[in-house]
Design a protein around this ligand. Structure first.
Ligand code: GLA
Length: 395
């Protein structure tokens, strides 16, 4: 599939720039998060993995200072032209705000692009699926800029630059998980990341006899950014009120609390809604730590139970699920060969992730698919993309 995608990306490039002589092709992956949702801006842990699907780019340096951007996924928008050094965020940026924002972030740090570029992007992450197509676009851009201009940055720094672009150029106040998973992905492994320190370790996913199935609600979601930013504000408010408790005055993030400590002091949070939000952040973080420990011991059934609990907490306490995601999770829980299922990513639409016994995969897709159509009125889609590596230049 990768070879095919490289070919298609080059064809996109040729369509708009004439020929592809001297163009290099690069790739960066999307991600799925197995557990640890809405913990990354609360100083907690996450457990995502990079996918074998993602975004490709064919890139060729120019002799002048012009920058041309094109996406084979949105051909109607045509080619956008801008100039190096002129990276102000514009209303009409739309998807180009991601590559331009990454260039802006490099520029801000004194890493200047000397010559312009002709770029054609082409990706195979389904649109709006919540599998981090924007993070893959950011990491991809950082990766080829580093390669073409010799910028001295590590992959972790590429992730941070991607987050800077997202937060400060595109106005989405996300955490570090998506960009980190894309920049640091390793085939066959999930990444156990402590977002408070950026310490991480790889956890091999020994899924013999099991499959990771991603199910897309195909819901077109809107206003995700504003609801997301609201949750961030509520988490900050909860932290502020907890820090007013003398015993907790030293904490820097909700991710530092045990469930017991939280339960003991929860009443210090005056608003019950804000209290629920904080309970999710604390419990989800501790659930994630436990999930990785049980996975290491091979207790996959317990891992699945924790995934289910994560969904319930996101649905009831954090309130970032939606009827479409709930139907997918609840129908998945009914299948005996499904060990665990939960919404993944920011929520309000996008996908669920499920761990399913291989022999039950067909039944899973049939039963969940039929129930979804009946209850929601249109089809969901299933993907089994596999756990891939991080960004790379294609041969
Ligand atoms: C989005 C954000 C991430 C993370 C998840 C929720 O994907 O980009 O930083 O907060 O939502 O876990």
């Amino acid at each position: 599939m990768a070879v095919d995608m490289v070919q298609k990306t080059l064809e996109c490039f040729e369509k708009v720039y004439g020929d592809s002589k001297g163009a290099k092709v690069y790739f960066a992956p999307g991600r799925v998060n197995l557990i640890g949702e809405h913990t990354d801006y609360n100083g907690g842990h996450v457990f995502p993995c990079a996918l074998s699907i993602g975004t490709y780019a064919a890139v060729r340096p120019r002799k002048d200072g012009k920058l041309f951007l094109y996406s084979g996924n949105i051909p109607d928008k045509g080619v956008t032209e801008s100039r190096l050094g002129d990276f102000r965020p514009l209303k009409e940026d739309s998807w180009t705000g991601y590559p331009k924002g990454v260039m802006w972030a490099f520029d801000k740090q004194g890493m200047k692009m000397e010559r312009g570029l002709d770029i054609a992007f082409y990706g195979n992450i389904p649109n709006g699926s919540g599998l981090s197509s924007s993070a893959s676009l950011e990491v991809l851009t950082g990766y080829f800029l580093r390669d073409l201009y010799g910028f001295d940055v590590s992959n972790v720094e590429l992730a941070l630059i991607g987050q800077d672009c997202e937060n400060n150029y595109n106005g989405m106040n996300c955490g570090i998980m998506d960009q980190f998973a894309s920049a640091m992905g390793k085939a066959g492994n999930a990444i156990f990341l402590d977002t408070a320190t950026l310490e991480y370790k790889y956890a091999p996913l020994d899924l013999r006899g099991l499959e990771i199935i991603i199910t897309n609600t195909n819901k077109k979601h809107k206003l995700v950014g504003s609801a997301y930013n609201d949750r961030r504000r509520e988490s900050e408010e909860a932290l502020k009120q907890l820090k007013a408790v003398p015993a907790l005055s030293g904490i820097k993030a909700l991710g530092e609390l045990s469930n017991e400590d939280f339960d003991k002091y929860a009443e210090a949070i005056s608003d019950p809604v804000v209290r629920k939000r904080a309970r999710h952040a604390v419990y989800e973080n501790n659930r994630t730590i436990e999930a990785v420990a049980v996975l290491e011991r091979g207790e996959i059934a317990r891992f699945g139970e924790l995934m289910n609990q994560s969904h319930v907490s996101l649905r009831d306490d954090y309130e970032v699920s939606c009827p479409e995601l709930d139907v997918l999770a609840e129908e998945a829980w009914k299948i005996p060969g499904c060990l665990g299922a939960r919404m993944t990513g920011g929520g309000f639409g996008g996908c669920t992730v499920s761990i399913v016994k291989e022999e039950a995969a067909e039944e899973f897709q049939k039963k969940v698919g039929d129930a979804y159509r009946e209850k929601i009125g249109y089809d969901c889609s299933f993907y089994t993309p596999g756990i891939g590596g991080g960004p790379r230049e294609e041969a």
